[in-house]
Design a protein around this ligand. Sequence first.
Ligand code: PLP
Length: 374
Amino acid sequence: MNIFEELGIHRYINAQDTFTKYGASCMRPCSLRAMQEISRSCVDLDEVQRKTGDAIASLTRNEAAYLTNGAAGGLTVCSAAVLALDSEEAYHALPETGARCEIIIQRAQRNQYDRSLAATGAKIVYVGEGDKPPSRRELEEAITERTAAVAYFIYHGRDASLPLEEVVEIAHRCGVPVIVDAAAQNPPVENLWRFTALGADMAIFSGGKTLRGPQDSGLVLGKREWIERCRRWGPPMDGVCRGCKTSREAMVGLYAAVKAYLAQDETAVQCALERACARFERTLRGCGFTRVWREQEGPVGQSFPRSFGTVPFGSAVRLAQLMRTCGIYIGAQEDNSILLNPLMLTSRQVGIVCEALKQSMREMKREENKNGCN
Ligand SMILES: *Cc1c(COP(=O)(O)O)cnc(C)c1O
């Protein structure tokens, strides 16, 4: 009996998005092997943190790297680093902060993940109006002696934000570090060094999304000075960061994932994604979808293609439900279209999704006909 049968857990193919709720992505065998290997011995966790961090930093063209339990955990550890700096007393007092306790965010970028910064006791200060970017002057004036950092979310509010380059320039001129949340910003692979090359002091990535590391892993890439503080205040230290504890297994699992991600031929991967989309779209047209199209952008602006189609009868929501009973997650949108995301699928799974689509469309047709007779 396998574990699915033993516990009665359903399996799904994820053709929607790398949502944590749906298990996001599947680890590569190389991650699992590394995890299994290190699990058999006790080790000095600090040594694992440093050595995997240094290896990931050199792979990703960064000065230093810190491994944590997720992008949210990364936000909390970075927040503690900017609040405590090098003071043991200040760190252990958190979530009670000193006067220098503010983290600035552009209002348009406001989102639920900023609570992970606030978890240390940091006070989030929003600048700008929401539907338009703050002026450079407004940002500059918001930075005071109470400011510990400026945080920047790469996708949220991107049309109403000052560009990262300008934020970095202003923050640094005022002597304040910049934390970038780039949790889901792969592909392209270059993003692993792009934001830090633009001057971000810390750039945070999820390990369990496109990188396909352990679900409970994450990465802070950045300047040595700040990564040292993450290492100092992060687990196994107790205090506000203790909830961000990472296992040695997750650390080396993520290392193996990053190494494999960097070793893959990005052009070949993109070609495979385009082929998967072409296959989706042939299936949608064959099923009579009225409008079928492709977008060259992931849900948070990443560079990969996704397929869309407007359902010809019934509803997109019903189709997504029927697909789910076939063990497949797809997206249903308000305009009665579905979305199919090939990012995390093998070519075999693409075939399974296409077959399930045909079957689900036949089922929806039957339902429609039945309703018509009532
Ligand atoms: C997914 C996501 C997170 C959380 O990532 P975890 O690795 O699941 O903790 C944080 N910020 C953004 C913008 C995300 O997309």
